[in-house]
Design a protein around this ligand. Structure first.
Ligand SMILES: [Fe+2]
Ligand SMILES: [Fe+2]
Length: 315
């Protein structure tokens, strides 16, 4: 397996500018109470998702609850170390199609994410809502705006032309393989039917890893995060390491929400995690009924795509 080494990025300092610390704790806490607002100057936090519930509430009685639980049952049974290894090898070839970033944004419009209890709108709205909300609060971090726009593009894996992978292999929260499944992982009970669960090489705290080895050396369950990371990296993006980290780990809620698996991080991961935690609240709270005029903002995002990516990418 190829081990990709990322260079630490200099000059980028994660500063959570707008949200008061007590609010941020609520935001990052699982099953949280949604605050009324942050402050007037900052990012507006809507109180409920598209279904009128608080965000990431896996117990709320919604039309989606049962299908979300069934989704995680399949995810936890089927995502094994060997499965992820095979997927990384197969999709790492990037031999399916050539297209631009914007073409991919448009392609993604046909996709609905079943694992998400909050979102019921076309993906491009979510991408632009996320990017625009970040842009408002962090006007100088253009790489972070673009990261917001592209972070979910890997969901094209659901489309027939990308192998039509089942939802459990594309979306939902992610977690490491090759070491014990942490209790904080949503619907943890279903891991007992995963082939790795009783494998003594994989079911201890460190498993096949050593403490501080760095997340880059850790196998994470397969999905749109890791795929988009591979696409960006192999097409030689000039996004900073924090941008790639956000793309790769934004669904890794056990880490960035619950603080699990921190013993596997290295120093660079710890720096990048600060940016991911800033990013995450925009990813979550932009899933609301705010509309974005796509044609109006497109020229700005096209200029960022030109700055950080080649015109055509291999997917
Ligand atoms: Fe995502
Ligand atoms: Fe997202």
């Amino acid at each position: 397996m190829t081990i990709l080494i990322e260079q630490p990025e200099r000059g980028l300092q994660a500063v959570d500018k707008k949200v008061p610390s007590e609010t941020r704790e609520l935001v990052l806490d699982g099953g949280f109470v949604v605050p009324e607002n942050t402050n007037n100057a900052g990012f507006f936090v809507p109180e409920s998702n598209s279904f009128g519930h608080s965000f990431r509430d896996y117990e709320a009685e919604s039309e989606r609850k049962e299908s979300v639980e069934e989704f995680y049952r399949l995810n936890h049974i089927n995502q094994s170390y060997d499965f992820v290894k095979r997927m990384r090898e197969e999709y790492g070839k990037l031999n399916r199609v050539e297209m631009s970033i914007w073409e991919c944004c448009e392609l993604l419009n046909d996709v609905v994410d079943e694992s998400d209890p909050d979102l019921d709108e076309p993906q491009i709205e979510h991408l632009l809502q996320t990017a625009e909300a970040i842009r408002k609060d962090y006007p100088d971090e253009d790489w972070l705006h673009l990261t917001g726009l592209i972070h979910d593009l890997g969901k094209v894996l659901l489309l027939p032309s990308f192998g039509g992978l089942p939802q459990w292999a594309v979306v939902g929260d992610t977690h490491p393989l090759g070491c014990a499944f942490d209790e904080s992982i949503v619907h943890h009970k279903y891991f007992k039917d995963n082939p790795d669960y009783n494998n003594p090489a994989y079911n201890t705290k460190n498993g096949i890893y050593t403490e501080g080895c760095g997340l880059n050396n850790v196998m994470i369950s397969w999905g749109h995060d890791d795929y988009m990371y591979l696409v960006a990296k192999e097409n030689k993006t000039t996004l900073p390491s924090a941008g790639l980290f956000i793309i790769r780990y934004h669904s890794f809620y056990p880490l960035h929400k619950s603080g699990a698996y921190k013993h596997l991080m290295n120093e660079e991961d710890a720096e990048n995690l600060k940016w991911l935690q800033i990013f995450n609240k925009y990813d979550l709270y932009s899933k609301s009924k705010v509309r974005v005029d796509v044609e109006k903002v497109k020229p700005y995002y096209q200029s960022l795509i030109d700055k950080y990516f080649p015109a055509k990418l291999r997917w």
